[in-house]
Design a protein around this ligand. Structure first.
Ligand code: SF4
Length: 360
């Protein structure tokens, strides 16, 4: 799920190599719409349903979307986010953004794979209609990683072009990055690249969740990754970012604290208090899916976890939601160790299969 925006600044980030865009502003109470399930990429970890009907692929018709936008504004929502599928597949996206601005939403975010935004004229048309924030889905810092994962040659180059247009326009940009077998060993350098090369201010690292396309057997086989394999690379990435004085640091989603000891303050969805970790969603943030299902974002993001045997002796037991159930179904719970009462956490035990190597 998308995370609500966070720190406010009208100044360029001082910690990026580039004169980056301003940081995301403080969270406004936000509506999120999955406007479609259709997409022009083929990410094997996509959590959307692989068997969506043509109607769901197409998404909510504009009149219904408009009605829900008006109703949300009347309820006090001032932020609005559009995600898919791929939102830029919809030819009426400029019209949707224009309506959001006309209604009065002050934070209007588009989450995109960036493929269509490689066209500067298209980016400018979205900016004219009122887009104020962009979040890219980027899964590697080289074409060998990113283009291979999204299965679109030239996709990363288009994102770089889009980021240059948006940076020049002063638009805050963020990244959704899904950690998996093919990219986990490159995480430290990929995060460095996001800050240095793209000048990004808001990065979310998701641990792969085996749902949607990610639950298809061939995709599971391609991407499966143990947390004990990923953990050293996540810890090293944060160590490097802290040493370099990067701010804000990335947010982690779908990691239990015992998988990345010492980073619980950066995990969005580990605790029973939905606003008690990371810099998360407000309690009211709401999402609407193409099938018209409506839910609270923090409830959806925090769902699907369960406690394991070692939780009983963990210092975070009372506050922690546990480990992703679909992860436990794949790998069991043998690699997890409780965090000590002193706060001096013990690391995950080595993976039975060893550290493993990416297949990239
Ligand atoms: S309570 Fe359980 S899942 Fe949570 S950090 Fe502790 S051992 Fe891990």
């Amino acid at each position: 799920m998308i995370k609500a925006s966070r720190k406010s600044s009208s100044q360029p980030s001082k910690t990026t190599g580039l004169q980056g865009p301003p940081l995301f502003p403080p969270p406004a109470k936000t509506l999120e719409f999955f406007v479609n399930y259709a997409c022009n990429a083929k990410c094997p970890f996509c959590f959307n349903p692989p068997d969506a009907s043509p109607e769901l692929e197409k998404g909510l018709p504009f009149p219904e979307l408009a009605r829900r936008m008006f109703a949300g504004f009347a309820e006090g929502y001032r932020g609005i986010k559009f995600i898919g599928g791929e939102v830029t597949i919809r030819d009426d996206l400029p019209k949707i953004l224009g309506l959001a601005r006309k209604i009065g939403f002050t934070q209007i975010q588009v989450t995109t794979n960036g493929i269509r935004m490689g066209d500067g004229r298209y980016v400018r048309s979205l900016l004219r209609q009122g887009m104020t924030h962009v979040r890219f889905s980027i899964h590697g810092h080289t074409p060998e990683l990113h283009d291979r994962l999204v299965q679109v040659p030239g996709a990363l180059a288009k994102i770089e072009r889009a980021a240059a247009h948006l940076r020049a326009a002063g638009i805050p940009m963020g990244v959704n990055y899904v950690l998996n077998r093919l990219n986990y060993e490159r995480l430290p350098e990929t995060l460095d690249w996001f800050y240095e090369r793209l000048g990004l201010s808001d990065i979310i690292v998701y641990f792969l969740r085996y749902q949607g396309f990610g639950a298809l057997p061939k995709n599971k086989e391609l991407l499966r990754l143990r947390m004990s394999e990923a953990s050293p690379f996540v810890l090293e990435a944060f160590r490097r970012l802290k040493a370099a004085g990067r701010s804000p640091l990335p947010t982690l989603i779908h990691f239990p604290p015992c998988a990345v000891p010492g980073l619980e303050d950066h995990i969005l969805d580990w605790t029973v208090d939905p606003t008690g970790s990371g810099q998360g969603n407000t309690r009211e943030d709401r999402v609407t899916l193409p099938d018209r299902t409506v839910g609270k974002i923090h409830e959806i993001t925090n769902s699907g976890k369960r406690k394991i045997a070692v939780c009983a002796s963990c210092s975070l037991n009372e506050r922690c939601l546990g480990v992703e159930t679909n992860y436990l179904n794949e790998f069991g719970d043998k690699e997890f160790r409780p965090l000590a009462l002193t706060g001096a956490a013990r690391h995950l035990s080595p993976s039975p299969s060893g550290r493993g190597r990416g297949r990239a």
